[in-house]
Ligand binder design. Structure first.
Ligand code: AMP
Length: 283
């Protein structure tokens, strides 16, 4: 496994690989990240991982300074998972002096997380564009856990004609249903015990959809009611939206399905999760 920092080192290492799958991360790796690494390696023959806590995607008052970091542990996990190349750039390696170019996405980047975290997707779209251009992977791997991010990044790759295939892999969960996240480490014991309520709320909506409910308001109400039964959970939003545009729906088109998603606070910790409500086939 090669570990490189500067863009020049990266360029030199990259010449030693043909097809390459890239997994962009902010580090503090868990099985969700590692599932992407294994898939990248299996599908492309070699896996590259970037570890970079990207300052431009954090808003003022968010958790940039406290975001968990443990590079030694991350590198050991990546070695074990069989990654070939790890890029651990500094802020200056990603954003050189005089940096002045940003990728701004309209449409699906403006709602949900984008509406509550102004500038977040501008930071994400900009850094991922830089990572893709610097690493030149054949495919880039992202988790369904961050559903809106995958929609926004597919848009960026299509709109800017970036020569890479975007692959989205399923959310990896703890045994009690909580989606793995580096931010789960912020939860104290009572909040951790309460946190599976996100998945429970999403499952309530998914089961109702599977049973024939297509009224988006009723599905949102099911999620809101499930969250309201957990006193430590404070709902930020619940959404049933079009899977591509992410606009809120009244009635779900059975041929398109929908994305059910939510954001919930436990004290100062904010968690997100989602479930795809798949298109209904059949008569
Ligand atoms: P992050 O380090 O949080 O920026 O995440 C890096 C990548 O891992 C993103 O594409 C995430 O969507 C993905 N990811 C994070 N958590 C999970 C999870 N529980 N299951 C699958 N992918 C995940």
């Amino acid at each position: 496994m090669e570990v490189v920092t500067t863009r020049a080192q990266l360029r030199d290492s990259r010449t030693r690989f043909g097809a390459l799958g890239l997994v962009p991360t902010m580090g503090y790796l868990h099985d969700g990240h590692l599932s992407l690494v294994r898939r990248a390696k299996a599908e492309c023959g070699a896996a590259a991982v970037s570890i970079f806590v990207n300052p431009t995607q954090f808003g003022p008052g968010e958790d940039l300074s406290t975001y968990p970091r443990d590079l030694g542990r991350d590198l050991a996990l990546l070695e074990e998972a069989g990654a070939e190349l790890v890029w651990t750039p500094t802020v200056e390696d990603v954003y050189p002096p005089g940096f002045a170019t940003h990728v701004d996405v309209a449409g699906p980047a403006q709602v949900l997380e984008g509406a509550r975290r102004p500038g977040h997707f501008r930071g994400v779209a900009t850094v991922v564009t830089i990572l893709l251009n610097a690493v030149t992977p054949t495919r880039a791997y992202f988790g369904q856990k961050d559903a809106q991010q995958t929609v926004v990044l597919r848009r960026v790759v299509a709109d800017l004609a970036l020569p890479v295939d975007v692959v989205v892999a399923p959310t990896v969960r703890e045994p009690d249903g909580l989606a793995m996240s580096s931010r789960n480490t912020y939860l104290d014991a009572p909040a951790r015990a309460a946190a599976p309520v996100l998945h429970q709320a999403l499952l309530a909506a998914a089961h109702a959809w599977a049973a024939g409910e297509g009224d988006a308001d009723r599905l949102r109400a099911l999620m809101t009611d499930t969250l309201a039964a957990q006193p430590l959970a404070e709902a930020d939003y619940v959404s049933v939206a079009d899977p591509d545009t992410l606009t809120e729906l009244d009635t779900i088109d059975p041929r398109r399905g929908a994305l059910a998603s939510l954001a919930v606070r436990f004290g100062s910790t904010r968690l997100i999760d989602n479930e795809i409500l798949p298109p209904r086939t059949g008569p």
